[in-house]
Ligand binder design. Sequence first.
Ligand code: NAD
Length: 357
Amino acid sequence: MQPFEYNPNPGRVVFGSGSIKKLPDEIKRLNKSKPLLLSTPQQADQVKALEPILKDGSIAPAGLFSEATMHTPTHVTEKALQYTRECGADCVVSFGGGSTIGLGKAISIRTGLEHVCVPTTYAGSEMTPILGETAEGRKTTKSDPKILPGTVIYDVDFTMTLPEGLSATSGVNAIAHAVEALYARNTNPVINLMALEGTKALAESLPIIVNKPHDVDARSKAQYGAWLCGMCLGSVGMSLHHKLCHTLGGSFNLPHAETHTIVLPHAIAYNSPKIPETMQRLADVLPESHGDAIRGLNVLLTKLKVKRGLKEYGMKEEDVDKAADIAVSNPYWNPREIEKEPLRETIRRCWAGEEAK
Ligand code: NAD
């Protein structure tokens, strides 16, 4: 066995249908009593369901801020911080996907307030000490153990409304964390277990969700998989796939989960000559792979009925060269050397929507 280091991230997880009823106790457990609730405008009605639950547990929310938005812009954070001070909140509860949890992290790291997450997508931000923020059109990412939320309530009931399309792409976004964790330079056997179990749970449940979005068992299994994959993202380093998605999303304004979904089989195909063991282990947990992980991913994406080309989200053909230039300009570790020409071809395939090989 290879030597390794393992740093488990601290954090409490409460999992299961109806577990939101434990929110008041979780807040009291932190010795807090005045939570600020956060959501996007789209989930402003849904987050109000927390108010009667808190009242039943003798907790009165300090306020509700429903302006969370993609890429955690700092001007929204500033507005939320002012509101946090005015309403006298002593903790934050972020209810939603990566965008809302990003705002919760941004407030928590600036104020020191405890952060409780109620995730409603599969993106996994709640399990990471990472925060991406946008100021003056530039997105920067920082990592700090203090950014990691302290308590996470995974209540499947709030994922039932996640539209089929976003469920599919958000789930593949989660699988991407696990796949890159398998071949991370600082990976370890514990993270490998989580990565394989998380990938299997999502690959089995997502096709069911796309056809039967209200299947509670499939939704629970997907959320369990997303939790494990989120832990992978929060524990070890990511490489080509995540860096490329960051470049494409940031430079060409492409949607987060959809971009991850399109790029994943291509990024893995690029790395495949250098990661034969990972390819085999992945193939073992992907249904209908017949021993070929790329085939398994292609089958999964076909079943999920997702868009396969970045051009379908507005990326122009001339952007392929620009993306390749940007992608090679910032060196980082990857199992296969980052070479401009083969990478340009990978990006072209993602743009065109060709099947990965
Ligand atoms: P999101 O949070 O942007 O949500 C997308 C849309 O779906 C929003 O309008 C949201 O309100 C809505 N939505 C979410 N859950 C819903 C539900 N259950 N029912 C109905 N509508 C629902 O999407 P996301 O993919 O979860 O997060 C993407 C963002 O998170 C990106 O900015 C990404 O960079 C960030 N992210 C960060 C990390 C990290 O570790 N820092 C990890 C993953 C993602």
